[in-house]
Write a protein that binds this ligand. Structure first.
Ligand code: ADP
Ligand code: MG
Length: 632
């Protein structure tokens, strides 16, 4: 028997699409406040938004009738006709958010329209109206959404840890704050003021307010550029070229030396709406081609503006996907604008390292290192400006691994810097006869290096190729994990503390994992609002790399998107330390060092794969060699 679902059930179903997690509630409420013309928006959350999401604005407010209507499905003040749907200039328009949120929480709405003398309070639990009362309050609107998903246990179970949810919310509010510099934003949790941004005069000022000067230094500005849209049939409109026919782009993108493990720091806004869009991501990747290795990502804050009719936002209930009317044009416009901004950048020193201890073996130029893998101009490997291996204090035995690693360059090899999630194993064997091995070979005799990156070794079983960075990474990873278990992770004191500004979501993660960072040899002290001072760092890395490592760990945990178990967190940190401390590719090694590395590798529990799951060595077996020479 077919039935039309009761309103309450329909709303719960819709809630599944609109309200996926606490940050989706924050997003909808923020968008409503922005649509209501707010100048000041305050967000407060408790327990990562599960217990409370509070959003208050000084926008237009609602009359009593409108407030009651707002919780009806498809009740919206923003569009009226089908035609309006193609010209949406507000963030909301579907009229689905409030009924969806109210269906899965205990919601309290206080609101007053400026023209009304009294305000209205509405209480709704699980979609059922509890009370409507008259209250006194200033114009504007306040939502209190409590106990999210209290009546949908299945949904509640899928929520991640409180800090993960708070991280999402912090990132969301931060980026809406960036999209609207003229509006004051404040975000607090029970314990922290995560963001407090007074109205700013420009995007650059807001970026400085929110992210700090260090982030700003890593970015280049895309000054606003506009380009005429391709023409299309517009019978009602004149031929003349107006603002209405143009698309504009502006924002900030990271300098080539900034490399992120994932796309989490790429934010794209279309008409000030935060979206996730493949087309723009692709354009961005293209713009960085031959500038960034394929598996790392830039930071980007891109604002695209175009006539509302040029973009269809009614593609997905959460309005995060859009369809461009002229997608090819938008793609190329974005790519070319980013590329042009990149072309104007000048390399900058990787470390403002004057204030940290410089080891005797510090590299002459940080920048040369950052690029030792891929040369920006021609995409080929450039020779790194490093000392030859002979200059290094090597006479080491296996019991002295730390000086070995300390004497090398510690930046992560870009091609390795990818999140474990997408580091799936390559196929076990390729057509050329090399195979990834499943048992570690003994008695390997190193013969030399290919391109100062891959160690070639031989034994009676055949010919072996070892990725030197990945091999060393495995060694360091296991050493660190066992040191942590024995509470003996070595730490080095920095000559001067390194001050690091944290982004709001990094601060959330930092608070969450501070103890584990300490176990790992980081001694860090708060140093003002969202700023910390690193006083000690893990011993394996170069002192100058302390900041980079800490930020990589925070970003890595941010990216995880779920509450990590202590065990998983330890693995994650150890893998990140190993990645930063391991010798890189493009590094000459003499026979002794190669033998040392192979010996250390043989001692590890998992010599065959790196901590990210990639293979460490390949084999060309004796059998294959004999076959190739037609001896068998
Ligand atoms: P939509 O935003 O798609 O119109 P919502 O369910 O989010 O739908 O909101 C329904 C209506 O409630 C809005 O169209 C708007 O008129 C009103 N409303 C919601 N939040 C606010 C607010 N903070 N200030 C003023 N009006 C609001
Ligand atoms: Mg809305």
């Amino acid at each position: 028997m077919i039935r039309v679902l009761p309103e309450a059930v329909a709303n719960k179903i819709a809630a599944g699409e609109v309200v996926e997690r606490p940050s989706s509630v924050v997003k909808e409420l923020l968008e409503n406040s922005l649509d209501a013309g707010a100048h000041r928006i305050e967000v407060r959350v408790e327990a990562g938004g599960r217990r409370l999401i509070f959003v208050e604005d000084d926008g237009s407010g609602m009359s009593r009738d409108d407030a009651m209507l707002a919780f009806e499905r498809h009740a919206t003040s923003k569009i009226l006709t089908v035609e309006d749907l193609f010209e949406v200039s507000t963030l909301g328009f579907r009229g689905e958010a409030l009924p969806s949120i109210a269906a899965v929480s205990r919601t309290l709405l206080d609101t007053r329209a400026a023209t009304d003398s009294a305000g209205t309070r509405i209480e709704i639990h699980g979609g059922r109206m509890q009370s409507v009362t008259e209250i006194a309050r200033p114009p504007g609107t306040r939502f209190e959404v409590r106990d999210l998903f209290y009546n949908t246990p299945a949904r509640r179970k899928f929520l991640k840890s409180e800090s993960t949810e708070l991280g999402h919310i912090a990132s969301l509010v931060t980026h809406y704050a960036l999209a609207h510099p003229e509006i004051a934003f404040r975000l607090t949790s029970m314990t922290h003021e995560i963001l407090n941004a007074a109205p700013a005069a420009s995007l650059r000022d807001r970026l400085y307010q929110v992210m700090g000067g260090q982030t700003l230094d890593q970015l280049v500005e895309i000054a606003p550029v506009s380009r005429k849209m391709p023409s299309y049939d517009q019978p009602d409109e004149s031929e003349s070229e107006t603002q209405e026919d143009s698309a504009a782009i502006f924002g900030f993108i990271s300098r080539p030396e900034i490399q992120k493990l994932n796309r989490n720091q790429i934010y794209v806004f279309v008409n000030r709406r935060l979206i996730r869009d493949r087309l723009i991501l692709h354009a961005l990747t293209e713009a960085y081609r031959n500038i960034l290795p394929a598996s790392v990502f830039p930071v980007a804050l891109l604002f695209l503006e175009m006539p509302p009719g040029e973009v269809d936002v009614n593609v997905h209930p959460s309005k995060t996907e859009v369809k461009f009317r002229h997608s090819g044009f938008i793609h190329d416009f974005a790519r070319e604008s980013v590329r042009a901004a990149l072309a104007r950048t000048r390399p900058m020193a990787a470390f403002p390292a004057a204030h940290v201890e410089r080891s005797r073996f510090a590299q002459p130029s940080g920048f040369a290192h950052e690029h030792s893998e891929t040369h920006p101009q021609d995409g080929t490997a450039a020779s790194p400006a490093v000392q030859s291996a002979e200059d290094l204090p090597f006479g080491l035995t296996a019991s002295q691994p730390i000086p070995f690693s300390r004497s090398f360059d510690f930046s992560p090899a870009p091609e390795l810097a990818r999140s474990p999630a997408d580091a799936s194993l390559p196929p076990l064997s390729d057509r050329s006869g090399t195979a990834i091995v499943d048992e570690f070979p003994k008695n390997l005799v190193p013969l030399g290096q290919v391109r100062e990156s891959f160690i070639v070794a031989a034994n009676d079983d055949g010919l072996w190729i070892i990725d030197q960075h990945v091999a060393h990474e495995r060694v360091l990873f296991e050493q660190r994990l066992s040191a942590i278990l024995q509470k003996a992770a070595e730490s080095q004191r920095l000559l001067l503390p390194v001050v690091v500004e944290l982004k709001p979501e990094q601060q959330v993660v930092f608070d969450d994992i501070a103890r584990e960072l300490a176990v790992n040899g980081f001694e860090v002290e708060p140093f003002g609002r969202r700023t910390i001072a690193i006083k000690s760092a893990p011993a394996e890395i170069r002192a100058e790399a302390a900041e980079k490592l800490l930020v990589a760990i925070l970003d890595n945990v941010c990216a995880e998107g779920q509450g990590l178990s202590l065990d998983a967190l330890r693995h994650r940190i150890a893998a990140t330390v190993a990645c930063h401390a391991a010798i890189k590719v493009n590094m000459a090694l003499d026979g002794e060092k190669m033998a040392w590395l192979l010996g250390e590798l043989a001692k590890t529990d998992c010599p065959m794969t790196c901590p990210h799951g990639r293979p460490v060595l390949l084999r060309y077996s004796l059998h294959d060699i004999q076959k190739a020479f037609k001896r068998i």
